[in-house]
Each structure stands twice: as structure tokens, then as C-alpha cells.
Unconditional design. Structure first.
Length: 97
């Protein structure tokens, strides 16, 4: 936390994994801070609250297995397809003509 650019303002940096703007605002209000928000500010903060909630839930969602082991997925797919100098001919009987 540090002084903000405007008089009587604060600049707070936080991780969405641990805090939210909404939670910080409520905690500051309990401590006596007063916010004078215009209608545009309230709309902007509502959007920020929503975006942070989505980010928080996305952080808690595990990534699909294919993203974590993409090399393994491609190796298995490669093994399933014929490749190289493979020729579908019966083996020779040992006597060359």
C-alpha cells in the first residue's frame, strides 16, 4: 500500500488469488474510510468485482490434461499412425529368384 496520485488517496496492489477489490473496500469501510463514488465509478467497480470473481474461479480450476502433457499426447497420437518406411508385403520365403 502506498499513497495514491490524488490527495487523500491510496494505491493498493493485491493478488486476486488472495484478495478482491470488493473485500478490500468493505474492510476499509469498516475502518472508517468513506468512498465518494459517482454512478460511473459504481458501474466500473461492479465490472471489476465480476472480472475478479471470474479470475479467482479460473485460478482454482485445474487446466485440462492435454495442456499439461501436450508432448505426451502428441507422442501417443504419433504412435497410433503408420509412419516411416513401412511396406505392407509378406516376408520373403528365404529363396531369392
Amino acid at each position: 500500500m502506498e499513497r495514491g496520485p490524488a490527495p487523500r488517496s491510496l494505491r493498493i496492489r493485491y493478488s486476486v488469488a488472495h484478495y478482491s477489490l470488493e473485500g478490500l473496500q468493505k474492510a476499509l469501510q469498516k475502518e472508517g474510510f468513506v468512498f465518494n463514488f459517482s454512478l460511473l465509478d459504481r458501474i466500473r467497480h461492479t465490472l471489476i468485482h465480476y472480472c475478479e470473481d471470474v479470475q479467482y474461479h479460473n485460478l482454482k480450476t485445474p487446466e485440462p490434461r492435454t495442456k499439461n502433457n501436450s508432448q505426451e499426447v502428441f507422442v501417443k497420437a504419433y504412435e497410433q499412425h503408420p509412419h516411416g518406411d513401412h511396406v505392407d508385403m509378406p516376408p520373403e520365403s528365404g529363396a531369392a529368384k
